[in-house]
Structure formats: structure tokens, C-alpha cells
Design a protein around this ligand. Sequence first.
Ligand code: DX5
Length: 209
Amino acid sequence: MTLIAPSILSADLTHLQEEMDSVASADWVQVDVMDGKFVSNTSFRPSVMKDIKTNLVIDVHLMVINPFAYIDECIDAHAKNITFHAEAVPQTVDRKTLIALIRSKGAQAGIAVNPETHIQAIDDVIEDIDLVLIMSVHPGAGGQAFIPEVLEKVKAVKQRIPTRLVQIDGGVNAETAKRCREAGVDCLVAGSYIFSSQERTQAIQSLRS
Ligand code: DX5
């Protein structure tokens, strides 16, 4: 079954516990951390989730130039998956060190690729990583339009590592979700589609089938 991960980037952060309660039928929750350097916007720290009660898997998406600096805070915030950007960590030795560090703390390691980044750019770690996040928008903001060309990357990654998770993020709604599932996506991240809905359980269900 396709995993659904509401992104809190589009949630009302002043009522985050209620917002999390409203998406309890999902599987994961994506915490979009932006540092204002890797992307021009800043969002929140991983600690935003520290005191939130949820059964969802906490999945932190680090849109930051130095992901090493955030790992402990992600773990303190009960993250079970921590994804860094390939574009922020270009050196293989650093990528492997970061993956080992994340794993040593008991979390899964993910690597994210922007729409313009070729899959060959992660050849060095594709056999090691737990999850590949294919960005279907340019990172930095919610509510953008889905970039369908990235679905070819989904297929290529699923071919290379059929047993690992492939996640997609950006512009996911009921219509684009169908195309993502057909391409083999395992986990759909959706922010504005879910949090703009008054019927969030139905919105989540509409992404599953
Ligand atoms: C982009 C963010 C968004 C967010 C989801 O930097 O990563 O993709 O998670 O945004 P929507 O679902 O509103 O496109």
C-alpha cells in the first residue's frame, strides 16, 4: 500500500497538535526543515515536533546546506527517517559518513534529488541508502505545480533498487498521485492538498487509490 506523508509545511503551526490529530490516518509526517541558505526560505527546526504526540513516522526532510548540524535535533524530535539533499552533500565520503551517522542514531537515511539533478548523481550511495526522495517541485515552498518529467527518475530508481523506498514530494494531489503510483512511488508527500482540505481523512484516502 502506498504510504502517505502529510507535510507540515502547509499546516497551521500555531495549532500543530490539532493539525497532527487531523491527519492521524496517514502513515508518515514530513517535517520540511529549510535553512534560508540551501533554499531561500526558512521554515522551522526539527524540534517543532519534539512535544507533539503522534503515531505517524516522523520523516525529516533537510533542505539545509549542512545536514550534519541537524541530526541530533532530529533524533531528539523522534525522527525515524532523516533525508538530506544530494546537492548539499556532493562528496561521497561525506554522504557515506552522514548515512552511517543517521543509522547509528537509530534512524533510516534518505537522499533527496531536485528536479534538475540526474539520478546518476547519487550512483555512489544508491545501494546504501534506505530511501530516495524525488523532488517533483523545486524545493523551498509548498503549493507549487507538479513536474511530471521526474516520474522517469522514479522508474529508473525503482529499477535500480526495487526493495528500497522511493518517495515523491511536491504538487501531489489525487490526479498526480495516480501517476506517481503507476510509476512505482512507495511514499507520497502532500502538503497543501491535504492541509487545505476540510476533510483530511478523505483527502489522504484519495491519494491511496
Ligand atoms: C518543498 C516542500 C514541499 C512540501 C509539499 O520544498 O518540500 O514540497 O513538502 O508541498 P505541496 O504538497 O504543497 O506541493
